[in-house]
Design a protein around this ligand. Sequence first.
Ligand code: TRP
Length: 464
Amino acid sequence: MNQRVLTGITTTGTLHLGNYVGAIRPAIAASREAGVESFFFMADYHALIKCDEPERINRSRLEIAAVWLAAGLDTSRVTFYRQSDIPEIPELTWLLTCITSKGQMNRAHAYKGAVDANLAAGEDPDAGITMGLYSYPILMAADILIFNAHRVPVGKDQVQHIEMARDVAQRFNHQFAKRRPHADAQRRLPPEGAADQAWGGPAPDQDEEFFVLPEANVEEDVALLPGLDGRKMSKSYDNSIPLFEGGSKGLKEAIARIVTDSRLPGEAKEPEGQALVTIYDAFATPQQRADFRAALRAGLAWGEAKQQLFELIEAEIAPMRARYDALMAHPERIEEILQQGAEKARAIAGPLLARAREAVGLRRFTAVAAPAVDTAKATKAALPVFKQYREADGQFYFKLVSAEGQVLLQSAAFAGGRDAGQWVSRLKREGAAALAEAPVQRGEGVDEASLAAALQALAEAEAG
Ligand code: TRP
């Protein structure tokens, strides 16, 4: 199975050079790797949280789409779409909202930051805070989970949101675990005589868990581009270099405003720590970097250094700018590409959402009303099921899950899958009698009697 990589950009403004270097360029490069299936989108539902100017929202999503395309995104390889064209996303958001604890949302940085700012200003803690801002991490979780993405490249500020997405995915998996006939659990036991190590645990089974648990990818080596004043490049600091806005003249003017020290032409300059040099690095080959440093140490004038920086960036950006301008002159072409992207995305999101609805109990009545043809099978389906699995800690576990999805029993950790498997077999055979010795504990809110009854039912079924 391919690694699915997914990332979105909130469409509230115009992209700057830092967005290109830090997000767009590495994402496009990664999308060309073999074995990677990429999903890139305009997070325009997220934009509504931060901005209430319809014109600006619309303009921004058009511009950002054009930037992705102009920067060389190959839409035949990747799935490229607007979030708001995928109705499955807000629908999944609601299903996830219903299993997300409010306490966890209280701890989200964006919300907490807004509350702290209100408190500092002596205001009501929730002044001006919308439910959109509050629930933002759940929408983001739906963005990711609806495509079962494995990796999510994001900035450090977004890592908490990916962790929340993992949490909610885990909760869903746990609560609405897929019920499989218990024979399946047995099939994944180690083969007779296989050494634990050689066996390596049960094969990861995509069906076993409903959602893939996504991981944040914080690219440490992708340059965090400094702005004109040396702080992080950000619109809110008003220190950014535009990507395409203002054309090559705009680029040149911005570069002219990069803050340097006041060493004169001919004076030796220390390149390290200069914003100008860090920006240069982001576009240069190792050889160019070394040459640039040597020239500064040998007294290259800042004005001349800025000219060199401009030429370097312009060489990479100018062809993209031409494509960008051509696209912006024909928004209908962008629209068409995005419509195709939405179709591709919905072909994945639709079936997943259908399964999620099914899992939580929003089912068609026809299927429920259909008479059970095979009563033996029907009885079996109502039995609890043992599930064996391996956690990220490398340890093996099992749990007993009722037909309704409740965890009845949870095992301790085992170093080997075989040990776990042997306990499962014994519990199946001996039922509640094996409980006293088994390294297990009852699920939350499960009383002894119902656990014993469940095990008894299983043991009887086992005995035929
Ligand atoms: N919240 C992200 C940001 O502000 C944008 C975003 C929305 C996103 N949904 C996402 C990023 C899903 C990655 C995955 O940067």
